[in-house]
Design a protein around this ligand. Structure first.
Ligand code: UT7
Length: 332
């Protein structure tokens, strides 16, 4: 019998979390005033009522996604009690990378000053962090990695069309990070990822770089109602599916952290999962929609405020462009 025949399975667990928001905080009123100067009509009342957003943070012109990722990563490493030299994997989920290449993960590695470990980006828009976490979890469970840094970092302010009031009031910039490590007991309990590219055009930034020029629009466009309808359906379904995989039911969830895009979608999902709304972690009010950064930003806020405690069962959910969606159920 081989020496490994009775070895217990490898599990992965979140060892620490971190996040970072750029300094420029813009309230709805401040944004509405700016837009009014260009003849665009919106109001704090409309934005709060339709989305739950009250403010968002915008990066400074010289801040790229890797600049927001760095302090978030450092904070997660500190919380995990390790240094960047201990990492053997860095994954950054982003749709607003610093450059075409190298990846934002490689640029983050450079800023962390710890070289040699694998580093790559995951592009799944607002589902990006859940995708990246699932990949890192699989790599840890397979033995391909022991300590992984998983980051969601975005500067969506760079791709917003400030002449389009239906989108420019919704998004913000920021970064969130977790350190994932090997554990004797299950941490990440189950994950599931999906995409349906028949809906690729309802949320996209279709421009591309070619021959030294940007071809097509480099600005985000969204059919909000189409995204809304799809999101409400898939978020409940994928949550139930990962619960099944883990042998749990909705009654076992202590905290729900869905993608922070719209409070109405988030509350609708919580209600479908028969959860009381005080178990729903909400940061969309203060962050807006930060795409791939939204879930780890909310997770870090809930951990640092003491709401999420070690041993709690937490459901993370992403949904967005692609069309992509997914969930990760974890024992924190
Ligand atoms: O990150 C990926 C996931 N993204 C999402 O989950 C976003 C999903 N979608 C949504 O959250 C919502 O669809 C929105 C917040 C984008 C829009 O809310 P809605 O309740 O679907 O509004 P609507 O698009 O039906 O627009 C209602 C009205 C329209 O006016 P009329 O046609 O009724 O006269 C819009 O022109 O609100 C108007 N409107 C605005 N008014 C003031 C749209 N944007 C604004 C605005 N300020 N910023």
């Amino acid at each position: 019998m081989s020496p490994n025949a009775h070895s217990s399975p490898r599990h992965s667990r979140i060892l620490g979390t971190g996040s970072f928001l750029p300094a420029d905080r813009l309230t709805n009123q401040a944004l509405a005033d700016r837009l009014a100067a260009d003849g665009i009509d919106t109001s704090d009342e409309w934005i709060v009522e339709r989305t739950g957003i009250r403010a968002r943070h915008f990066a400074a012109p010289d801040q790229a996604s890797s600049d927001l990722a760095l302090p978030a990563a450092q904070s997660a490493l500190q919380a995990a009690g390790i240094t960047a030299d201990d990492l053997d994997l860095i994954i950054v989920a982003t749709s607003t990378p610093d450059m075409v290449f190298p990846s934002t993960a490689c640029l983050l590695q450079k800023k962390l000053g710890a070289f040699g470990c694998a580093a790559f980006d995951v592009q799944a828009v607002c589902s990006g962090f859940v995708y990246a976490l699932s990949v890192a979890d699989s790599m840890i469970k397979s033995g391909a990695a022991n300590k992984a840094l998983v980051v969601g970092a975005e500067v969506f302010s760079r791709i917003l069309d400030f002449k389009d009031r239906t989108t420019c009031v919704l998004f913000g910039d920021g970064a969130g990070a977790v350190v994932l490590g090997v554990s004797d007991t299950p941490g990440i309990l189950a994950t599931e990822l999906h995409a349906d590219a028949r809906h690729s055009d309802i949320l996209c930034t279709p421009g591309t770089v070619s021959g030294g020029q940007v071809l097509g629009s480099p600005l985000l466009r969204m059919d909000g109602q189409a995204v809304f309808k799809l999101a409400v359906g898939v978020l409940e379904k994928v949550a139930r599916s990962v619960l099944d995989k883990a042998g749990m039911t909705d009654a076992d969830i202590d905290w729900l952290i869905p993608h922070q895009a719209n409070i109405r979608i988030m509350q609708g999902t919580a209600k479908k999962l028969r959860m009381s709304l005080d178990k729903l972690i909400v940061t969309v009010d203060e962050h807006g929609n930060t795409s791939a950064a939204s879930v780890p930003l909310a997770l870090d806020a809930a951990v640092r405020s003491g709401r999420i405690q070690r041993g709690d069962t937490v459901m993370l959910e992403g949904v967005g462009g692609g069309f992509t969606w997914g969930a990760a159920l974890l024992n924190y």
